[in-house]
Design a protein around this ligand. Sequence first.
Ligand SMILES: Cc1ncc(COP(=O)(O)O)c(C=O)c1O
Length: 331
Amino acid sequence: MAAFGTVFTPEMSISRFTNNSWSAPELVASGSISLHPGAHVLHYSSTCFEGLKAFRHADGSIHLFRMDKNVARLAQSSELLSLPKIDGAMLSQMITDIVRRFATDVPNPPGSMYIRPTHIGTEASIGKAAAPSLESLLYVLLSPVGDYFSGGAKPLRLLLEDNARCASHMGMVKSGGNYASALQPIMKARAAVQADQVLFCPNGDVQETGAANFLLIDGNEIITKALDSSFLHGVTRDSILTLARDRGMTVSERELTVDELLERAAKPGAEAALSGTAAVLTPVGTLIHAGKEYQVGSGQGGSTTNALRQALNDIQWGKAADTHGWLTKVC
Ligand SMILES: Cc1ncc(COP(=O)(O)O)c(C=O)c1O
């Protein structure tokens, strides 16, 4: 499989917002878009996007996973960036139509079709540093993918970083600028301590990594930061917590400090994991803090992480009943 997100289907779905209305969605070649060099997005970062997946079941049918959640999050990101309001029903139709068109390109498990709805401000105006773009472009790109972490489920090394990933009021916006602001710390962590990811813990508050949420599992309890505006409200996080409750686990959504994390992680049965559409649920084996390495439990991941990951995959791949109504059949 090529590197995650580098292969695209030849067409995408697109709609433009001009004169206060959305154009009828069209299928166009995905190789390029045309933008004025003064487009708002290129100067003032009026951009947000989503990531969701379509899965192939054994009978050949294709299913979207929790599309409603991703459409709602893109609507929220668009609103918080003062982009034109998106039409959720139109976007859902765009996603469904483009996935149906490329249904034969949806890989078999463990692969899937990664779907990237994107919304950008296109008004040609470099004078609008403090004013919204009145025009925008919404498109849905498709990329057939395998596993995001090329090492598969190999336990990750995380460097705990005292700073925030992004501005605290922007965390729940899935916007390019947040990824840009996390890039230098991640590059430095890779070079300095061979970390796979950075776990951002501003003022000792355990938040999330650059592209996934963080979960600590201690016996029958699963602990993760309660929702606030400082981090991204992951759809996978919500799904895993729901599956954990289904299994009778205690789900604690609350503040988790670095001190508590390091103390609990040292217990023999402790587990930690990253959750995300791309990461699914990937075990964390080592935490690095203030020059010291801390093994999480056995350092090899654990049975609860594996069981929750499997439970989620089984629903996505149609091997277990979709009791929460998370799948939308495309064809
Ligand atoms: C910063 C960040 N946090 C969390 C997540 C996990 O979100 P989701 O489970 O909806 O993919 C992602 C991935 O999209 C992300 O980029």
